[in-house]
Design a protein around this ligand. Structure first.
Ligand code: ADP
Length: 508
């Protein structure tokens, strides 16, 4: 049972993390922008107004001072009007400034001072008739100078406030940019990590599973796949490994069963064949022509069944891993010549000539000639079987000193093999579509050959053209090439995926 975090939970957690970062960044940006709005509001609606009102107030005071003096000297009514207008404007502007104060915005103390001092001074002096009847100055010059001074100080403070607000605005702006970029960077980083994690936790297990399934399809066996995640993929891998283990056990049981059965059938069958042969050879007494003919057919059929049982036992032994290659330095030609000698009678029976071409000198190979002869017999046997009567078969042995291998080629002029079947024919029990109906065989010869060649660190492949014939190649390492620079696999190891030029390898 799954105990770790499942895929949905994992995805959800990543998603939640991204959302958290996204909204976190938004909140920070919101706070920054809010502060910026507050500051720009202060600058536009307060500091700028204070600046403009205070400027006007200074002008008002100067006008009051000038017109008061002129009026007292000349007693001209216009000056009194100007004075009163200036004073009213001053009062109006002062009130406007004082109204700017709110719980969020506190005016500097200078304004409160100015306001209080103006209030004190103007108490009871606001009436126009008071000025007309008075010969003295309504307001002393020093008093106006003191107010102008206060106003100038207030203006200075206000300008400083504007500068400070601009600096703060700038800082909040920078902070917004910083947090925005950081949020964006972190989300991109987390997103990339997410992709990597997904690639690791999903793509890797899927690939491993795909490889395992392909291996089972091709070879009916797969190494256990290694997925350690505690999610559904881990579960899937465990189920797959369980299935592969069961399949392997069943394959082994089947192979063992076939071996036992083949063995049990072959023993009495050999006795039957011997008995039939004795009768054919008239050891038991005379037989007529008809009887001899049928006895010969029986003997040949029994021979075919024995051959089939031998193949089945061979494959089963390969599956049970009883099959062991014991590679030793060996003559590269003796097993070829022995195979040709063995099959020459069959070839001659079909009027086929087997031609052997060998180079003048050739190094020893590293191999187990007992098994290699089986490969040569299979390839030659097929060549004879699929060749037309009276045609020629060529066996060519060459030495490739660059790759340190000896290459064997068996060519026939038979019907050839379709490209789509050229890799399948090396699979167990596969038989060509064209030959299934009308030719003997069980589809094991090439599979056995492939296993033997690959256990020798060699390669086997075919090149064929429909209607023109086929050439089966296989290579074996020389002493210099065995486990050396040319080879990439151990005996009993995985198949070598390198493809020879042209042609299809048995493993493609
Ligand atoms: P079998 O010969 O018992 O059918 P093999 O494994 O030897 O099994 O061969 C598998 C298939 O490969 C054959 O059924 C045939 O279709 C094809 N084949 C093998 N050798 C040749 C050849 N020399 N020419 C044409 N087809 C061949």
């Amino acid at each position: 049972m799954k105990s770790g975090i499942g895929i949905i939970k994992k995805l959800f957690l990543w998603y939640a993390l991204l959302i958290f970062i996204f909204y976190g960044t938004l909140v920070i940006l919101y706070i920054d922008v809010n502060q910026m709005m507050r500051l720009s509001d202060n600058i536009i609606n307060r500091y700028q107004k204070v600046s403009s009102f205070s400027k006007k107030m200074i002008e008002n005071l100067l006008s009051m001072e000038e017109n008061e003096k002129k009026y007292i000297l000349l007693k001209k009514k216009d000056y009194l009007d100007f004075f009163v207008d200036a004073r009213e404007a001053f009062e109006y502007n002062l009130n406007q400034v004082m109204q700017l104060e709110s719980p969020e915005y506190q005016l500097p103390d200078t304004w409160r001072d100015l306001f209080d001092s103006y209030q004190d001074f103007s108490a009871g002096k606001g009436d126009r008739s008071t000025y007309e009847s008075s010969d003295t100055l309504w307001i002393a010059e020093q008093e106006i100078d003191a107010w102008i001074k206060k106003l100038r100080r207030a203006r200075l403070e206000n300008e400083q406030n504007i500068i400070l607000a601009n600096i703060e605005l700038n800082q909040w702006g920078q902070s917004a940019v910083k947090y925005g970029v950081a949020g964006l960077g972190i989300s991109i980083f987390i997103g990339l990590i997410w992709i990597l994690v997904i690639a690791r936790t999903m793509v890797r297990p899927l690939r491993a599973l795909g490889k395992g399934i392909r291996s089972i399809t091709k070879e009916r066996f797969s190494q256990p796949i290694d997925i350690r995640s505690n999610d559904e993929f881990g579960e899937l891998a465990a189920a797959f490994n369980e299935m592969a283990k069961r399949l392997k056990e069943e394959e082994l049981m089947r192979a063992e069963f076939i071996t036992t059965l083949s063995h049990e059938i072959r023993t009495p069958l050999t006795s039957i064949r011997e008995s039939v042969n004795l009768i054919v050879e008239k050891v038991m007494g005379p037989t007529n022509r008809q009887q001899t003919k049928f006895l010969k057919i029986a003997s040949s059929e029994i021979g075919r069944i024995c051959e089939l049982l031998n193949h089945l036992m061979h494959v089963s032994r390969l599956e049970e891993s009883v099959f062991k290659v014991e590679p030793v330095p060996a003559d590269p030609l003796v097993f070829v010549i022995k195979s040709i000698d063995h099959l020459n009678p069959n070839a001659k029976g079909k009027g086929i000539h087997i031609d052997l071409k060998i180079p003048p000198s050739i190094p020893e190979i590293i191999g187990d000639t007992r098994h290699l002869q089986q490969v040569m017999l299979n390839l030659l046997g097929n060549a004879i079987k699929f060749s037309r009567t009276g045609s020629k078969i060529e066996v060519i042995v060459t030495h490739d000193d660059k790759r340190d291998v000896v290459q064997y080629a068996v060519s026939d002029n038979g019907d050839g093999i379709r490209p789509s079947e050229q890799t399948l024919i090396f699979d167990k029990y596969y038989r060509g579509r064209e030959v299934r109906e009308h030719m003997d065989g069980v589809g094991l010869g090439l599979n056995i050959s492939r296993q033997i060649v690959e256990a020798h660190q060699g390669k086997i492949w075919v090149e064929s053209e429909v209607g023109r014939g086929s050439t089966f190649f296989f290579t074996l390492p020389t002493a210099a090439g065995f486990n050396g620079k040319n080879n990439h696999r151990q005996p009993h190891g995985k198949l070598n995926s390198e493809r020879p030029e042209g042609g299809k390898t048995a493993n493609e």
